[in-house]
Ligand binder design. Sequence first.
Ligand code: ZN
Length: 93
Amino acid sequence: MFTIGQKVICIETAYNNTTVKGRIYTVVDINECCEVNLYLDGIIHKYSRCWCGVQLKGSPNSGRRFIPLDDYLSDNVLDKIIEQVEADELVAV
Ligand SMILES: [Zn+2]
């Protein structure tokens, strides 16, 4: 779930490279049409139409290309813990 002021990480580079995979952005506004669109601090581009044809204000970015930074970090930390536990089990066996 996205909130205004939240830090998000890009997981898929935009077709026009306005947002790049692995970079962190700040959500300044949110709009929902057929999907969640995020408005990001400092990101301005010309594409502002939902795929259904509805004109959206400003420079929306598909929410599917971003995940909240907190979720990203906790998922990665969890993966590392699981890896360590599995490695310990292998050693113990
Ligand atoms: Zn739409």
